[in-house]
Design a binder for this molecule. Structure first.
Ligand code: UDP
Ligand code: MG
Length: 320
């Protein structure tokens, strides 16, 4: 009997948890030869999520939960689940039923076909604001151009992974985690299963446009130094132009004497260069911020409560 841990990050999901457990259990109980268990991660919810998980823990013996000391974000939730899982396979899925449990049998089939990973890919973005979809498409295009990881359009975090792949994912011990990139970066054979976007039935999304923008910038800076190269390139390009312009101006001065007008040219040059310098400092700043957060080496999450004896894995460096 192979074991499968289903990791479910939850943040304020009181309305949907019962339904999630019921629906998912109905599906997985039909799958022969695998023993499914849950690891719910309560990401510092402010509603009754934790109480519900406690109740699950008492009622069902396939439920484990971890609860955080505060909200650390979904990335931390997934990471915590992976750290505490010891199963042969791991499934990561959202609590809000936007990741249809009905896809689990197909995912398991993918694993049996020999894939290391089987992941869901959204084919439609029904129910999503047009501007958000456009923004997201641009992000994918930009990201794939600038980084050496190719993100698949519409790829979501809903996936099953082999133990080997999970260990690889955990080996990337960066604090600021961008899982979409990490999953792609570690490699392994992934089978993609398309599905239609499902709207949230209850509760609301925790993503604001601002947080998405931040996520996108973090994603690119975490996997690529292309923006830094761009700054270098821009500096080089502007220097060449400036050099040529200086020569021309000097020649002009020698030939026809000093011309006083030049207000517009001077002002344009100062403003333009000012803008470029600000932008460059900003880009540098993004990377320095990353370095700063990484060297602090703070824990990715802090646990407050759990219902199972913890066997937290450590990596070679002795860090957890
Ligand atoms: N989530 C979390 N911590 C957060 C935000 C979200 O654990 O800070 C969980 C949330 O409970 C859900 C999943 O991550 O299970 C996806 O969140 P959401 O539905 O808000 O995102 P969307 O589906 O809109 O991408
Ligand atoms: Mg959702």
């Amino acid at each position: 009997m192979k074991t499968v841990d289903i990791i479910v990050p939850c943040y304020n999901e009181e309305d949907v948890l019962h339904m999630f457990y019921e629906e998912t259990s109905k599906v997985v109980s039909q799958i022969q030869g695998y023993d499914f268990r849950y690891i719910f991660v309560d990401d510092g919810s402010r509603d009754k999520t934790f109480e519900i998980l406690e109740e699950f823990g008492r009622k069902y013996d396939d439920v484990k939960y971890i609860s955080f000391a505060k909200n650390f974000g979904k990335e931390a939730g997934m990471y915590a689940g992976l750290t505490y899982s010891d199963s042969d396979y791991v499934i990561i899925m959202d609590a809000d039923l936007q990741h249809p449990p009905i896809m689990i049998p197909d995912m398991v089939k993918g694993i049996e076909e020999g894939y290391d990973c089987c992941a869901a890919r959204r084919t439609t973005r029904k129910g999503e604001a047009r501007i958000r979809s456009a923004f997201s498409r641009t992000f994918y295009r930009l990201n794939n151009k600038m980084t050496d990881v190719d993100l698949v359009q519409g790829a979501v975090d809903y996936r099953i992974m082999s133990r080997q792949m999970v260990e690889a994912v955990l080996d990337l011990s960066e604090r600021q985690r961008f899982s979409k990139g990490i999953f792609a970066w570690v490699g392994f054979d992934t089978k993609w299963i398309p599905y239609e976007n499902v709207e949230r039935i209850v509760g609301t999304t925790k993503w604001s446009f601002r947080s998405l923008l931040k996520y996108a910038i973090d994603g690119i800076t975490a996997f690529s130094i292309a923006p830094l190269r761009m700054v270098t390139g821009m500096g080089f390009f502007i220097s060449v132009i400036a050099f040529v312009y200086i020569i021309i101006t000097l020649l002009n001065t020698f030939i026809s004497g000093i011309e006083v007008p030049g207000y517009v040219t001077t002002l344009s040059a100062v403003l333009f260069l000012g803008g470029i310098i600000e932008l460059s400092i900003g880009i540098l700043g993004e990377y320095i911020a990353h370095v700063y957060m990484e060297v602090k080496n703070r824990p990715i999450f802090i646990m407050k409560n759990t219902n199972f004896p913890l066997v937290k894995k450590t990596n070679d460096k002795g860090e957890s």
